[in-house]
Design a protein around this ligand. Structure first.
Ligand code: UDP
Length: 357
């Protein structure tokens, strides 16, 4: 972001009365301008909270949260998590840590920084949570299971992870973050909740993010080749963003004793080449499927066991893949029209003309 974005305590002070009256929480969402972070800010604002969105704007965008200023309860501060959380911000009731580039292309572009965000950055969140008496939510990942030998993956599975490969900065970084949080929790300084988030998709993914859903949808809308890596027999299980956010809020706010990480994801598993065919079908695209080399250490399969989330939180995803994909396609269609990046006519609302609703 070119210009620094700095809300200050004086922007916030009026809202303190709300908190003293016990009607709202004051929370920090770190990485709040990113894909998941912006949806989380929106949800927490909807619950009546005052939300400080902290972001270094390396992968997040102000445009993801700009529509939320109208609530009067969103405050934004440009902040790099490798520095301590700003001392001049209020005491937080909850801190949500989503600060980390999450697409393989993005996190591998700056591997040392990625690893340090998972180490130093998480330490800063823990220190602030301890000082404020705040509850900490941490976004961990299914990547901690690596290329799993156990399928589907329950939380008790320790994983199969390469410590020195191109994905390790993220995989091992996130594993270390879980270690750090667990030790803080055991020492009694902090109450923390860790979600292991499986592949999530939806509106506000970046078109050039490099992840499979955004790649395939954008390629299909442009009638460009769909790039399937390898033969496409590898599987993923895709969770629509609204379902995931519901799980995050329930996990953070439950009064139940939660000991250890909780998987959040959709157990509906699909091969990557099948996803490519589905996207082509749903967009009516003339795209062809082409094959590209499989990246190193690309997990062959991934599917969450969500028994624990169901038992602890009564949570399970409710959005079928087709429905979530349609909403994602509509989003990208609208974005591409705005940027002049789609060649076909779109009907009102962004849905591609000629597509069944
Ligand atoms: N993938 C693909 N084509 C693409 C992007 C990704 O075939 O254009 C594959 C990738 O190799 C992986 C899966 O889709 O097997 C999911 O990749 P993504 O980067 O979305 O997330 P990951 O689960 O690997 O972190």
């Amino acid at each position: 972001m070119g210009k620094k974005f700095v809300h200050t305590l004086s922007d916030w002070s009026g809202r303190d009365a709300l908190r003293r009256a016990g009607v709202s929480k004051t929370v920090a969402v770190i990485g709040g301008a990113g894909f998941l972070g912006s949806h989380l800010c929106e949800r927490l604002l909807g619950l009546g909270d005052t939300v400080w969105c902290l972001d270094d704007f390396s992968t997040g965008r102000l445009g993801n949260v700009a529509h939320l200023f109208q609530t009067g309860r969103l405050l934004v501060r440009e902040h790099d998590i490798l520095a301590r959380l700003p001392a001049d911000l209020p005491r937080f009731d909850e801190i949500y840590n989503l600060a980390c580039p999450a697409s393989p292309g993005r996190y591998q572009a700056q591997p040392i920084r990625t690893a340090m965000i998972c180490a130093q950055g998480v330490l800063h969140c823990l220190e602030r949570a301890a000082a404020d008496g705040a509850r900490l939510f941490h976004a961990s990942t299914s990547e901690i299971y690596g290329d799993p030998e156990l399928h589907p993956q329950p939380e008790a599975y320790f994983g199969n992870v390469n410590p020195t490969g191109p994905r390790s900065c993220y995989d091992e970084g996130k594993r270390f973050a879980e270690t750090l949080i667990s030790d803080f929790t055991r020492q009694g300084g902090v109450t923390a909740r860790i979600a292991r988030i499986f592949n999530t998709y939806g509106p506000r993914m970046q078109p050039d993010d490099g992840r499979v859903v955004s790649n395939f949808v954008v390629q299909a809308l442009r009638d460009e080749d769909i790039t399937v890596y390898g033969a496409g027999g590898q599987t993923r299980s895709f969770c629509f963003v609204d379902d995931l956010i519901e799980g995050i809020v329930r996990l953070t706010r439950t009064d139940a004793a939660v000991d250890g990480p909780v998987n959040l994801g959709n157990p509906a598993e699909i091969e990557v080449r099948e996803l490519a065919r589905l996207v082509i079908d749903m967009t009516g695209s003339t795209s062809r499927i082409v094959h590209r080399p499989l990246p190193a250490d690309d997990p062959r399969r991934r599917r969450p066991d969500i028994t624990r989330a169901l038992e602890l939180l009564g949570w399970a995803p409710t959005t079928p893949l087709r429905e979530g994909l349609q909403r994602t396609i509509d989003h990208f269609a609208a974005v591409l029209v705005q940027t002049g990046g789609v060649s076909r006519p779109l009907a009102a609302g962004g849905t591609l003309a000629g597509l069944a609703p």
